[in-house]
Design a binder for this molecule. Structure first.
Ligand code: ZN
Ligand code: CU
Length: 486
């Protein structure tokens, strides 16, 4: 077939290609037909139904958010504007031990309620959940994990102790079902009450199906403060015993006494990487956010309430002020506010930068889409890394920033044919302005669209246009883990 007989659906012409492999930008045109990237090069004479001039802009693979709590948002707000507006085209769900399935419950215990309550937990199997996502067809793709805390709540009467052999086999069967249905792995959150009593052995046994069926193990570790080294060693042991890749979620060090210890933890991760598959992700902020929890390290500095069931009027306010008003200490007033969510300023900027700059660190938002006053990471993570950390601070070059949110992530999570701009890959594409891209969301006004994101394509369809509007298109798919060659 001669070139003149081919007519592409779309050519993005004149842009700087940052292809997601950590290679420097180069100039080329990109042709899209159907849901695929079909040509990259000088396409000046090629025929196309539509051509868009993107000179002065960067054309990159759509970003993969390695760490989300979007399980229910995919169903409840399928346009996924907080993510699409940043250039995110795939969300990894089911993190921190929390997944929406398999569990039927009207009153899920914290932190499961971070995914929403009223009739949210209504899927008895992982397959039912994935079918619901497919039926809803959100605007972006998702790769979904099953959460160990959800399994415990579903499979055990009492979550305050280690699981019995019978409960373990029940949970194992749920993991197997989830993997067969298309889950890409299992996450744990032993930091949280529903899983804190689980032993290392319980986790290994529950996760056994990962070894045979393939899948990753991601973890919000038991401790990200004083005892982080023990928690990391537990994580490495689990991965090694199962022979599966492990992902340390939102790597951080909590509490002033631990500031600076990222030199120690990153060295340990580097060491472990020599003998097993280990990766990690991080978000670009010194504050974290989760359920309101009586934890010394979390509550050690400024704390902002993100939602509060008994006192909705405290949403968005500082815990310090609330404590003063109620005539209590910060520590004691917490009991009166639960259930609630909070933002905690418990990290050191130098650690955040050192962790993000570590070559293997991926970018994941950890955004909480159901919070009334969410942490700004929900709307700002990706542009903040590109604008603030890469361009303005020079923490790493732009092509490295892009790689940390595309190609690296796709390879670590086993997401096939995405994350790299290459002929034959799916056309998940973001066009952004490298000079202006930045986050707008702040701790005070957290729900704000980023600047500099021009166009976002998911599976070849335009979802976010150059005027900064969602097109209403919902071409997202449920992605399965690429079969690992073994
Ligand atoms: Zn977490
Ligand atoms: Cu999380």
């Amino acid at each position: 077939m001669s070139e003149s007989t081919i007519e592409y659906d779309l050519i993005l012409e004149g842009g700087a290609i940052i292809d997601g492999t950590n290679r420097e930008a180069y100039h080329a045109d990109v042709a899209i037909s159907g849901d695929r990237i079909v040509a990259i090069g000088d396409l000046a004479t090629a025929r196309a139904r539509q051509r868009r001039n993107v000179s002065g802009l960067v054309v990159a693979p759509g970003f993969i958010d390695s760490h989300t709590h979007d399980d229910n948002a995919l169903l409840r707000s399928p346009e996924m504007t907080p993510k699409i507006s940043q250039g995110v085209t795939t969300a990894v769900t089911g993190n921190c031990g929390v997944s929406l399935a398999p569990l039927r419950s009207d009153a899920p215990p914290p932190p499961l309620d971070l995914l929403g309550t009223d009739n949210s937990y209504r899927f008895g199997s992982f397959r039912e959940y994935l079918d619901a996502v497919r039926e809803t067809s959100p605007s972006l793709n998702c790769a979904c994990m099953v959460g160990h805390s959800t399994l415990r709540v579903a499979g055990m009467g009492d979550v305050t102790r280690d699981a019995t052999p019978e409960e373990i086999s029940r949970m194992q069967a749920m993991v197997a079902e989830a993997l067969d249905a298309g889950a890409i792995g299992v996450s744990t959150g032993t930091f949280y009450p529903p899983a804190a009593a689980a032993s290392t052995q319980e986790i290994i046994e529950v996760c056994r199906p990962l070894s045979e069926k393939g899948g990753i193990y991601a973890t919000h570790m038991r401790d990200e403060g004083d005892e982080i080294v023990a928690a990391m060693n537990e994580t490495f042991t689990i991965g090694k015993t199962l022979g599966v890749p492990v992902i340390i979620s939102h790597h951080k060090l909590m509490g002033q006494q631990n500031f600076g210890r990222s030199t120690e933890t990153l060295a340990l991760i580097g060491e472990a990487m020599k003998t097993q598959e280990v990766s990690l992700d991080a978000y670009p902020y010194i504050a974290g956010s989760t359920m309101l929890k009586k934890d010394r390290a979390l509550l050690s500095a400024r704390t902002i309430i993100t939602w509060c069931t008994p006192f909705p009027e405290y949403t968005g306010r500082d815990l310090e002020e609330i404590a003063r008003e109620r005539g209590k200490s910060r520590w004691d007033v917490v009991d009166e506010l639960m259930p609630a969510g909070a933002i905690y300023f418990m990290m050191d900027e130098e650690d955040v930068q050192r962790i993000m700059a570590f070559p293997e660190t991926m970018i994941g938002s950890d955004g909480l889409p159901h919070d009334t006053h969410p942490h700004p990471r929900l709307w700002g993570t990706f542009p903040r890394v590109l604008g603030h950390y890469s361009r303005d601070l020079g923490l790493f070059p732009l092509h490295t920033a892009v790689w940390k949110m595309t190609g690296l992530t796709a390879s670590r999570f086993g997401i096939a044919n995405r994350g790299v701009l290459a002929e034959g890959n799916f056309a998940d594409v973001v066009v952004f302005d490298p000079a202006t891209v930045c986050d707008v969301a702040t701790f005070e006004a957290p729900m704000a669209r980023a600047r500099g994101i021009h166009e976002v394509y998911v599976n070849g369809r335009l979802v976010w246009n150059a005027s900064g509007e969602h097109t209403g298109a919902r071409p997202g798919r449920v992605l399965e883990r690429a079969s690992t060659a073994s």
